[in-house]
Design a protein around this ligand. Structure first.
Ligand SMILES: NC(=O)C1=CN([C@@H]2O[C@H](COP(=O)(O)OP(=O)(O)OC[C@H]3O[C@@H](n4cnc5c(N)ncnc54)[C@H](O)[C@@H]3O)[C@@H](O)[C@H]2O)C=CC1
Ligand SMILES: CC(=O)C(=O)O
Ligand SMILES: [Mg+2]
Length: 377
C-alpha cells in the first residue's frame, strides 16, 4: 500500500503521524511511505532520518494526498485539506466528528473511508486516545497553575500555598485518563484536589489510587455547582465516546467563581463541558476572559510537547496502520473489532452512532456501509 503522511497545519501542531521507526515497520512489510517535506521537523525528526528509514520525501501536501491509498495524520483535516478527499481514500487520524459538522459532511460527500483514532475501542478502553489524554491531562494542571499567576491574567495564587498560607483548590470533572493524569500533577504541585465523576466504581478506583490525597464526589448539578464556586482551577475531562460533550457547567456556575480563577476545558475537542466555552483557542492565543474567569480551550494540547507526544501517539497507532496496510482496510476492519469501532464514515454513510445522533444523520452499521456501493442517507 502507498501511505502518505502530510505535514500538520493546525496552529502549533508540531506532532507528526509517523516516526522513522514507524517508517521502517511499514517499509519492511513491503509498503511505500511518502512524507511531506519537513513534516517531522516540529518533532525533531529530520528528512535524513526518514530517508534512511526508507521513506520517500515529497515536496507538497497535494503530492502526498494524491499519491496515497491511506493518509496517516494526527489532527482532523481542516477546510484547506477537504479538497484532497476522494472516494476510496483511507483516512486514519483523530476526527472528533461530533464537534466537526462541516468535516463530517465533506467526508460523507466524498466517499472517504474515515477511521478515527479516538473511537478505536478495546473493551472499555480507547487505546489510541489514551496516550494523548495522558499528555493533555498532565499538561492541564501545569497550564492551570501557570494561568493562575497574576501576569498571566489569573488571581495570583500558588497552588501549593506556603507554610502559613492555604493551598489552591483544583476540581477535576471526569476521572478517566485525563482526569487521573491531571490529578497526579495537581497533587504533585501540592493543590487541594477534588475529582468528580458519574461512575461510583471509577470513584472507588480513584480512591484506591490516591487515597486521602483527593476528595471524590459523585457528579450531579449540586456537587458541580458547589465545587466549581469554591475552586481556583477547574479542569474539564469528561468523555462520552464519540459524542458531543455534555454542557455540565452552566454560565451561572462560571459566574460564581471568584475573579481570576481558571478553567481548562480539555474536553473541548468534543465540544467542551462549560457553557461559557464557545470557541476553540490556539496555542498562540490560548485564553480569553469571560465573567472574570480565564478560559483555556486548546483542542490540540499535546501538539505543544511534540517530542513526547509524537512518540507516545505513534507507539499505539502504527500497529493498527500496519494491519490496514497489510490486509487492506476492509479485511482489517472485518478481522479486528477494535478497528471497526474506529470507522466513523464509510461509503457516504455515518457509521458511528453517537456522531450520527449528534449531527442528525441516519446511522448505518459499519458492515452494511462496507457492503454498499454508495449510501446517500
Ligand atoms: N484538548 C486536547 O488537546 C485533548 C483532549 N482530550 C479529550 O479529553 C476528554 C477526556 O478524555 P479521557 O480522559 O481519555 O476520557 P475517559 O473516557 O478516560 O474519561 C472520561 C470520564 O468522564 C466520566 N464522565 C462521563 N460523564 C460524566 C458526567 N456527567 N460527569 C462527570 N464525569 C463524567 C466517565 O465516567 C469517565 O471516567 C476527551 O474529550 C478527549 O478527546 C484528550 C487529549 C487531548
Ligand atoms: C486527542 C486529541 O485531540 C489530540 O491529541 O489532539
Ligand atoms: Mg478539533
Amino acid at each position: 500500500m502507498r501511505i502518505g503522511v502530510p505535514k500538520e497545519i493546525k496552529n502549533n501542531e508540531n506532532r507528526v503521524a509517523i516516526t522513522p521507526a514507524g517508517v521502517i515497520a511499514l517499509v519492511n512489510a513491503g509498503h511505500e511511505v511518502y512524507i511531506e517535506k519537513d513534516a517531522g521537523a516540529g518533532s525533531s525528526f529530520t528528512t535524513a532520518s526518514y530517508l534512511a528509514a526508507g521513506a520517500a520525501i515529497v515536496e507538497s501536501a497535494a503530492d502526498v494526498w494524491t499519491r496515497a491509498d491511506m493518509i496517516l495524520k494526527v489532527k482532523e483535516p481542516i477546510q484547506a485539506e477537504f479538497k484532497y478527499f476522494r472516494k476510496g481514500l483511507i483516512l486514519f487520524t483523530y476526527l472528533h466528528l461530533a464537534a466537526e459538522p462541516k468535516l463530517t459532511q465533506a467526508l460523507k460527500d466524498s466517499g472517504v473511508l474515515a477511521i478515527a483514532y479516538e473511537t478505536v475501542a478495546v473493551n472499555h478502553t480507547l487505546p489510541l486516545l489514551t496516550p494523548m489524554s495522558e499528555v493533555a491531562g498532565r499538561m492541564s494542571a501545569q497550564i492551570g497553575a501557570q494561568f493562575l499567576e497574576k501576569p498571566k491574567g489569573g488571581k495570583g495564587i500558588l497552588l501549593s500555598g506556603v507554610p502559613g498560607v492555604k493551598r489552591g483548590k483544583v476540581t477535576i470533572i471526569g476521572g478517566g485518563v485525563v482526569g487521573t493524569n491531571a490529578a497526579k500533577i495537581a497533587i504533585g504541585l501540592g493543590a487541594d484536589v477534588t475529582i468528580i465523576d458519574l461512575s461510583p466504581d471509577r470513584l472507588r478506583q480513584l480512591d484506591d489510587i490516591f487515597g486521602n490525597q483527593i476528595t471524590t464526589l459523585i457528579s450531579n448539578p449540586y456537587n458541580l455547582a458547589h465545587a466549581v464556586a469554591e475552586s481556583d482551577l477547574v479542569i474539564g475531562a469528561v468523555l462520552i465516546p464519540g459524542a458531543k460533550a455534555p454542557k455540565l457547567i452552566t454560565e451561572e456556575m462560571v459566574k460564581s467563581m471568584s475573579p481570576g480563577s481558571v478553567i481548562v476545558d480539555v474536553a473541548i475537542d468534543q465540544g467542551g463541558i462549560f457553557e461559557t466555552v464557545d470557541k476553540i483557542t490556539t496555542h498562540d492565543n490560548p485564553t480569553y476572559d469571560k465573567h472574570g474567569v480565564v478560559h483555556y480551550a486548546v483542542a490540540n494540547m499535546p501538539g505543544a510537547v511534540p517530542q513526547t507526544s509524537t512518540i507516545a501517539l505513534t507507539n499505539v497507532t502504527v500497529p493498527y496502520a500496519l494491519q490496514i496496510a497489510n490486509k487492506g482496510a476492509i479485511q482489517a476492519i472485518r478481522d479486528n473489532a477494535a478497528l471497526a469501532r474506529g470507522v466513523n464514515v464509510a461509503n457516504g454513510a455515518i457509521t458511528f452512532e453517537a456522531v450520527a445522533c449528534d449531527l442528525g444523520y441516519n446511522y448505518v452499521c459499519v458492515e452494511e456501509a462496507l457492503n454498499s456501493e454508495s449510501i446517500s442517507a
